[in-house]
Each structure stands twice: as C-alpha cells, then as structure tokens.
Design a protein around this ligand. Structure first.
Ligand SMILES: [Zn+2]
Length: 89
C-alpha cells in the first residue's frame, strides 16, 4: 500500500511534500476535498519528513485550543478590577 503511494508521488499522481505542506492548514480546518484529504493522509503516513512535522503541528494546535478555553480565576479578575478602580481615582 505504501509502495503504491510512493510510486504515485514519484509519478506526480499524488501530492509531494511541497503540496502536502500547502494543504496542511486546509486539512486542519477540514476544508480539503475528501479525495485530497485522503492523499494528504497517505503522504503523512509514508513520509519521513512530513509525518513528524504534521504530528508536531497538530500538537501545537491542540495546545492552543486548550489554552484558549482556560478561564481567568474569579479572584484574579476581582483583584484586577479593584486595582483598576483604585488607580482610576
Ligand atoms: Zn513529505
């Protein structure tokens, strides 16, 4: 299976590293057409450079998503508001 993808890539039937990297953002957004997404996954699967790179990229995205949901502790908000009110006088 992997050999087929490799041959396809060499012949230009499947996206090469450069194209796959261009697809990355769209793939994460889920806006890639199904067929292209499949080609993307096949490439990530067999490519020694894009595989680890993609993993790292995905981890970074997950981290960002996680941190984006962190809420400020109420105490900190209250403290900041008190501080601002004091300084506003
Ligand atoms: Zn690659």
């Amino acid at each position: 299976m992997k050999l087929i993808v490799m041959i396809k890539t060499l012949l230009g039937f499947a996206p090469n590293c450069e194209k796959v990297n261009a697809f990355l953002a769209d793939y994460m957004d889920g806006t890639l057409p199904e067929k292209t997404a499949k080609q993307f996954e096949d490439h990530i699967d067999m490519c020694k450079c894009c595989g680890p790179y993609f993993e790292q990229y995905r981890e970074t995205i997950d981290m960002t998503r996680c941190c984006g949901e962190v809420k400020l502790p109420e105490e900190l908000v209250e403290h900041t508001l008190t501080f601002l009110r004091k300084n506003a006088k």
